[in-house]
Design a binder for this molecule. Structure first.
Ligand code: NAD
Length: 315
């Protein structure tokens, strides 16, 4: 890794990855981000460092992407529509931002002679699996356009690898939490409780079970895989051994905000939305075999997330 380009590097996961690479590796870093959901403030800690460069651009703009990719040997592709819920009403967004966007990034990698490609995929590609914890090898039946677009991205990366010898590493993430958290259930709960600290409306019946992973552990996992993986195409689940019920997440958020007597109300049903997976728990044995394991409990990460949202004035 001499020159790393991170698409979506101004977002939640990308900015944490950039900060770790900046602190721990002696590489050049290019951030390529259109700032749709990301923010330059997430990169402020190292702005001005001569090893870093920020290009404001869109992955759908192939010439801009190709220009930014010159001299790059390693790409972490994180830019995406990361909103899992929107696909039912916005039928094109995942196709354009995630599927076509990923093709563009791969094509720019090919043109620039990039040797390693890391892709942020998602546990959503498992839909509603029958095996828990879910290993990488189960059948993949899609329940959302977001998941389908991520799976299409995985498949195209594998094909580019066959054609061009690109070394591909695919990460299937559970929900991440922690500093610079941008979207997801903890932020939704904090926003709702800020509007009304007496009631919390919960999608589904609160019984959904979800695994989460702190971004600090997650980045360590990515870097372990980058160091230890040797195959042409590798796929890693990235998650925690623990899971929490959504009701428990709600209780932790309420407690961290110092609120009392909050009444929980429910939309009902065993899912939060169409395409939601009622139980997410990934088998991470493959990533653990590289020597990695999560160190931060889900409860602690949720508390830290609430504190970071409070510091940012979002809770
Ligand atoms: N956060 C999670 O829990 C989670 C779980 C599973 C998968 N993922 C995947 O991880 C990646 C990073 O997610 P995140 O949570 O950091 O999301 P995020 O929204 O915080 O970051 C995405 C970044 O991509 C940028 N971006 C979006 N569309 C772009 C485009 N067309 N061109 C250039 N930049 C663009 C945004 O401005 C943002 O900075 C995404 O691919 C997401 O699907 C995230």
């Amino acid at each position: 890794m001499k020159h790393v380009l991170i698409t979506g590097g101004a977002g939640f996961i990308g900015s944490n990855l950039a900060a770790r690479l900046m602190a721990e590796r002696d590489c050049q870093i290019t951030i390529f981000d259109n700032l749709r959901t990301g923010s330059l403030a997430n990169l402020a800690d190292w702005a001005g460092n001569p090893r870093g460069r920020i290009v404001v651009g869109d992955i759908l703009d192939l010439p801009a992407l190709q220009a930014a990719m010159e001299g790059v040997d390693t790409v972490f592709h994180l830019a995406a529509n990361a909103d899992v819920r929107g696909g039912e009403t916005h039928r094109r967004i995942d196709l354009e931002q995630n599927t076509i966007g990923t093709w563009n990034v791969l094509e720019a990698c090919r043109a620039a002679g990039v040797s390693r490609f890391f892709l942020a995929s998602s546990a959503t590609v498992y839909g509603e699996p029958e095996v828990f914890p879910t290993p990488e090898g189960v059948p993949l039946i899609q329940t959302s356009l977001y998941g389908a677009s991520k799976l299409a991205g995985e498949a195209m990366a594998q094909a580019f690898s066959e054609y061009d010898g690109l070394q591909v590493t695919i990460f299937r993430f559970v929900s991440w939490t922690g500093p610079s958290y941008s979207h997801g259930v903890v932020r939704d709960f904090c926003a709702k409780l800020r509007d009304n600290p007496e009631r919390l409306f919960i999608l589904g019946d609160g019984s959904q079970r979800k695994s989460f992973l702190d971004v600090r552990d997650g980045i360590s996992g990515l870097l372990h895989a980058a160091e230890h993986g040797t195959g042409r195409v590798q796929i890693y689940n990235v998650g925690h051994d623990e899971w929490l019920g959504v009701n428990e997440v709600a209780r932790l958020v309420v407690e961290a905000l110092g609120l009392e007597g909050v009444v929980f109300e429910y939309a009902g049903g065993d899912k939060g939305w169409k395409g939601d997976s009622p139980f997410v728990l990934l088998d991470t044995a493959r990533l653990k075999a590289t020597g990695w394991k999560p160190e931060i409990s889900i409860a602690q990460s949720i508390r830290d997330t609430v504190a970071s949202l409070q510091r940012a004035g979002l809770a």
